[in-house]
Design a protein around this ligand. Structure first.
Ligand SMILES: [Zn+2]
Ligand SMILES: [Zn+2]
Length: 273
């Protein structure tokens, strides 16, 4: 494991969790395809490629509509389900979520201002430059690319809105008032989840985190698959205190705990005959 102060690189380390909140891993595929098609465009300079980019943009816009309606349930739901598998109650997991983002903000105070929402597709992204307003090259060209297809796009969106309204109606008929309750509940939950990510929080140090165990679990969840950041926060195997890990072999908070643990694991010394 790398040591030193630069182990946390938010632009890449936060990407997996932002993607999960966005619920659209697909977007990365779309951006890559667009970059490929831009290359082709420079070769061909034809209208064909331009149209295919516009098609992708329309698809994104539709995805955003879907997101507004359904995906806002998806993330809190999957988070609560994950917490259950860890033996954490929803409240404990929620508090730990807050604590993890507060700890992260204590490492990088610019997190709330750097995580932005793309005005075009609604995706959360890390802005590398202050002037970044869109999540990708594709979205920054959106208005231009769709300029000559306004009517067609509007028609498509209207159709999709109507369809989703009908689906809502159908759900309300089937589940009655409980459907509205469910919707409201998850809307609130999503707001809570979101607010920790994008709002400045009162910064924490590891000494004033209440629930060390849950915080470590949520930390690992946030940095799932991120080799450098995920193992950084841990609880001492002897006293349970929350500690930053300096190197990969660290299991305890310090010498004293290491010695105690070593003695305990070894058991009482056996006497030689
Ligand atoms: Zn975008
Ligand atoms: Zn300890």
């Amino acid at each position: 494991m790398r040591t030193g102060r630069n182990w946390f690189n938010p632009s890449s380390d936060l990407l997996p969790i932002l993607n999960r909140i966005n619920c659209v891993d697909q977007n990365r595929v779309v951006v890559r395809a667009f970059q490929r098609s831009l290359k082709e465009e420079s070769l061909q300079r034809g209208r064909k490629v331009r149209r295919s980019a516009a098609d992708q943009l329309r698809r994104r816009l539709l995805m955003r509509l879907e997101y507004q309606r359904f995906q806002r349930f998806k993330f809190p739901l999957s988070f609560i389900r994950w917490a259950e598998t860890q033996g954490l109650s929803a409240n404990r997991a929620g508090d730990a979520w807050f604590m993890v983002w507060a700890l992260l903000q204590s490492l990088r105070s610019d997190i709330p201002s750097r995580i932005r929402k793309c005005p075009w597709c609604g995706k959360l992204f890390w802005s590398r430059r202050n002037s970044d307003r869109h999540c990708s090259a594709l979205c920054s060209l959106a208005a231009k690319l769709l300029a000559d297809q306004k009517e067609q796009t509007a028609r498509l969106l209207e159709e999709r809105v109507l369809r989703s309204k009908a689906r809502d109606q159908e759900l309300r008929l089937r589940f009655g008032a409980s459907h509205d309750e469910f919707t409201e509940h998850y809307k609130r939950l999503f707001k809570l989840v979101h607010s920790c990510v994008r709002r400045p929080l009162e910064r924490l140090t590891i000494d004033n985190v209440d629930d060390a165990q849950a915080t470590v679990a949520v930390w690992r969840y946030v940095f799932k698959g991120v080799q450098t950041a995920s193992p950084r926060l841990f609880t001492c195997a002897n006293c349970g205190k929350l500690v930053w890990r300096r190197d990969a072999r660290m299991r305890t908070c310090g010498r004293a705990c290491q010695l105690q643990r070593w003695r305990r694991d070894k058991g009482p010394p056996t006497r030689l005959p």
